[in-house]
Design a protein around this ligand. Sequence first.
Ligand SMILES: C[S@@+](CC[C@H](N)C(=O)[O-])C[C@H]1O[C@@H](n2cnc3c(N)ncnc32)[C@H](O)[C@@H]1O
Length: 328
Amino acid sequence: MIKQQMKLFLASKPKLKTTAFIATDLWKGLQMTLGKIDTKSGMAHANYSTKESIKYIEEVFNDYKKYGEFEQFYGVAAEIGPGDNAGVALLMRQDGCQQVDLIDRYYSRRNREQQNKIYDSLGHKYKLDNLKTQDFWDETKIAGINWKIGQSAEDYFRKCAQEKKQIYDFIVSRAVLEHLYNPLDALQDMVTCLKPKGRMLHKIDFRDHGMFTPENQELTFLEIPSFFYPLMVRNSGRPNRILIHRYREVLERLKKQGLIDYSILVTHLVDAGEISPHTTFDNIDLKKQNKAINFVEKYKHKLATEFIDLDSQDLAVSGVFLKVVKLI
Ligand SMILES: C[S@@+](CC[C@H](N)C(=O)[O-])C[C@H]1O[C@@H](n2cnc3c(N)ncnc32)[C@H](O)[C@@H]1O
């Protein structure tokens, strides 16, 4: 009750909220040094019925294939930030992967009973019993699925890249890269860890994840000065505010080196909502493009220095689906 009232009070005062975010981020950092890595983030299934969970798992899995434009998963894959369920990894295993590594900095809290219902239902629908290592589903002991909890993607792929291991045919994530404290270095390391012809598919949500919305307009979080912002997000995994232009810079450089090919599809536009099917900016309905750009131009003058001179089109993109193929 007090927590709820505090939240309502802070909602109307963005500056005070910034201070609260810095304090809670410090607290999270302290907890993590003590080994407390459980989090509410990634509890995608907490409020779903079993049927809704299966639908979500299928959507995530099918989107990788649909937008990645390939027929079948195979070989060795990594899913970053799976959250509270290994359902997507199970479908990847059944589709053809011999191994799926699940890399997560935190442990998303979960309800065992509810999770077992999801595994039973998914197992029944997709005939997954061959992946069970006992009579019941124990998600920590599924054949060919390795949990690597407590390891950030940054650390995991840096180590892998330093050892020059090209082990992955696929590296995928959904709603995760926006939570990394250093997604751009991690992205480059992931490319190093891909096998030649390996693919990466990342759906990234650039919105503020409720930090200042819905009480404030959706670009409010871009107003926080760049010096403060990392102090609010580094330990807690709040959105890192790394937007489309930063990913494009890295990917363009790797492309010029002849290492990769890539494309960026837009999944969301500011003030215009979801873009479905996801597509390149130029293919989006002109009315939606203009709506988003007009919204950006209305608020642009208020943004932090690092954003104020950016192209309005880039600021208008609030979510993307990255497709990367390693060429050599
Ligand atoms: C919003 S959840 C998404 C969960 C799931 N992919 C889904 O679609 O529901 C973000 C996930 O990223 C994980 N995460 C956050 N920061 C991370 C990091 N630096 N390295 C690896 N995983 C991270 C969180 O623990 C959480 O599981």
